[in-house]
Ligand binder design. Structure first.
Ligand code: ADP
Ligand code: MG
Ligand code: ZN
Length: 603
């Protein structure tokens, strides 16, 4: 279709610019012959056109023929023609000059510029549309405007009541809420509120949730975008999107802009590998926009990340995200509160939350929400209408260790080993005073691969762990293997997870906690990405690294020795409890302690 149009227009243009002359036969001749014929009175008509003289004259045979000759600059030609006779009725030669017809300037303009322009525009439109559909949306080569529709949620229902715990964060944010309610109160006195606040913390601690809650509390529109949405295929697109976002937010002020996972664009710009043009442009645009808008207007920017250390310093300076709001993993009270919030959404009997909260140390809000939901699912599965404490306890284990494997094939011998192994852990834990009490022991295999486990639950949350605490923990971890050694005289693969954890703990004691005599308070390791599991990197020489290994080995060996000592001096308890566990498959910490107490009282 496009190609056809091009051809038509080219033909059309040709027709205008080079009009075709009449197709009659024209005989070329020379100027001399022309003059001669004029003078001899044979010429009827003369026409000068495009530097050519066309004339009709009588031939010798009495017919009329048309001739053509080049026009020469001949000032006497007109006189000559006037003077000459002609076979015409008037006896005069009729002569004209045809001035080449000029198109009107407007027409010319349209033909030369507008039409081709239109044509190219149409072709480009076509091409970009097909490219766009191939790329699956997005906008191709658009300038200044990202074309993205950015929706503001103007009726956010989330409030601070939905965010349990996190009181410090709520307190810090309530000032922003107040500001959004009545900006004038602040502008009157000349106070500038922080333009932005950065929510920082491990995944699942409610950063996204609390940002929505701020909008819900302030009852203002909520522009939410994820950092990755700004990272586009073409350089400049992300920046255009940022511009759009701030423009639209400016129109709806007071409002909240929320950029989730801001590390996607806010990464430090010093990367040695040349960097990423698109991302940097987007970041620069964001910095510019944050500087550019008027803080008194009532646009507050919230952002969330779990990798604060990777952010560009420019983002964190005053005037940008100068408030940093820490969202930490909930403590015991926080976990209770979060469980309560989520339990309110499901039907439940009276539930003992403190047991569940104690058993979930280290869990994030998202995990707790998941535990409540799993419990509700379990209740449904069992045809009940209400969630019970047992549902919650079971779902804690499901979330932590996987679902129960009901039909796992363990030989009786394997079962005996697993029972003995688990009692080994429990007994070592029980015999060390500075160690969390045993809550539950089970030898029902789990889908995570655990063949059994011993659950220890701290009464409260321990903020500080002493060297003794850590060492006892390592001893407890080695207790399983120690029991196998003592009872069966052989060892199994069952201790692999224990080994991993014990080594990690011992290493941390040496390299990060300064708990070895040898290195005193020297830091030997740094932790990167603390909120995302954390990977460690050694900051010492390779000789020291080898020494560290030796030190770690010494600690683990010592702990293992201690565990073996405890177990061999309480061998009777080990045997009885293991037999009891083997028979019951799951026993409570209380049942276990009864056996322990029976023996220790007799001693
Ligand atoms: P983040 O953004 O920090 O990774 P989210 O805000 O997305 O975490 O939290 C995920 C879910 O976990 C929330 O939708 C909510 O159900 C639950 N949650 C997390 N923290 C809390 C909390 N403090 N109170 C209530 N629910 C929470
Ligand atoms: Mg989030
Ligand atoms: Zn074990």
């Amino acid at each position: 279709m496009g190609a056809l149009l091009v051809m038509l227009i080219v033909l059309f243009l040709n027709g205008f610019i080079f009009p075709l002359f009449s197709p009659n036969r024209i005989t070329p001749t020379d100027y001399g012959a022309f003059i001669e014929r004029v003078d001899s009175g044979q010429v009827k008509e003369v026409m000068i056109k495009n530097g050519q003289i066309y004339f009709t004259a009588l031939t010798d045979g009495g017919k009329t023929a048309t001739y053509r000759t080049g026009a020469i600059d001949d000032p006497q030609l007109v006189d000559r023609l006037l003077a000459a006779g002609s076979p015409n009725e008037s006896g005069k030669i009729s002569f004209t000059q045809i001035v080449p017809q000029e198109n009107s300037p407007i027409l010319n303009f349209i033909l030369m510029w507008v039409l081709p322009g239109l044509l190219f525009y149409m072709l480009w439109k076509q091409a970009s549309r097909s490219l766009q559909s191939r790329m699956g949306g997005g906008n191709f080569l658009s300038f200044g405007n990202s074309g993205a529709r950015i929706y503001a949620d103007s009726d956010v229902k989330t409030t601070f009541a939905d965010v349990a715990g996190q009181d410090e964060a709520k307190e810090a944010l309530s000032e922003i809420v107040d500001f959004l309610h009545s900006p004038s109160k602040y502008s009157e006195i000349g106070a500038l509120l922080p333009k932005g606040a950065l929510l920082v913390g491990p995944p699942g601690t409610g950063k996204t949730l609390i940002a929505r809650a701020v909008a819900g509390e302030a009852r203002v529109p909520f522009f939410a975008m994820s950092g990755s949405e700004f990272v586009q295929m073409f350089v400049g697109m992300g920046a255009a999107k940022v511009r759009d976002l701030f423009k639209q937010a400016g129109e709806k002020a007071p409002c909240i802009i929320f950029i989730d996972e801001i590390d996607a664009i806010g990464k430090r710009r010093d990367s040695a590998l040349g960097g990423n043009d698109e991302r940097e442009q987007t970041l620069n645009q964001l910095l510019t926009e944050m500087d550019g808008f008027d803080g008194r207007k009532g646009v507050v920017i919230l952002a969330a990340t779990n990798r604060p250390e990777s952010l560009d310093k420019a983002l964190l300076r005053p005037g940008r995200f100068d408030r940093r709001i820490q969202m930490e993993l909930p403590d015991l009270e926080g976990r209770k509160a979060i469980l309560k919030v989520h339990l309110a959404k499901v039907k439940h009997d009276s539930v003992d939350l403190s047991i569940v909260a104690q058993a979930t140390a280290g869990s994030s809000g998202a995990e707790l929400a998941n535990i409540v939901n799993e419990a509700a699912l379990r209740a449904v599965r069992q045809g009940r209408h209400k969630v019970t404490t047992a549902d919650l306890e079971e779902s804690v284990e499901t979330v932590m260790a996987g679902a129960q494997k009901k039909h796992a094939v363990l030989t009786p011998e394997e079962k005996r080993i697993v029972a003995c192994h688990e009692i080994g852990h429990a007994l070592v834990a029980a015999m060390q005073t500075a160690s969390a009490p045993v809550h539950k022991i089970t030898i029902i295999p789990r889908t995570s691969g655990a063949l059994g486990y011993t659950m220890q639950v701290d009464e409260g949350d321990q903020m500080l762990l002493s060297r003794e605490n850590l060492f006892n923990r390592i001893a407890t971890l080695t207790g399983g293997r120690s029991a196998e050694e003592l009872v069966f005289g052989s060892i199994t693969t069952g201790a692999s997870n224990d080994i991993e954890q014990a080594t990690k703990l011992a290493r941390a004691m040496v390299t990060r906690f300064g708990m070895s005599d040898r290195y005193d308070m020297m830091g030997l390791e740094t932790v990167n990405n603390a909120y995302l599991g954390g990977d460690n990197s050694l900051t010492c020489s390779s000789e020291t690294a080898a020494e560290i290994d030796r030190e770690v080995l010494r600690i683990v060996k010592e702990a293992h020795e201690k565990a073996r000592g405890i177990l061999s001096s309480h061998r009777a308890i080990l045997d009885e409890a293991a037999a009891f566990l083997l028979q019951r498959e799951t026993i409570s910490g209380e049942e276990f302690m009864r056996i322990v107490r029976k023996h220790t009282a007799a001693e």
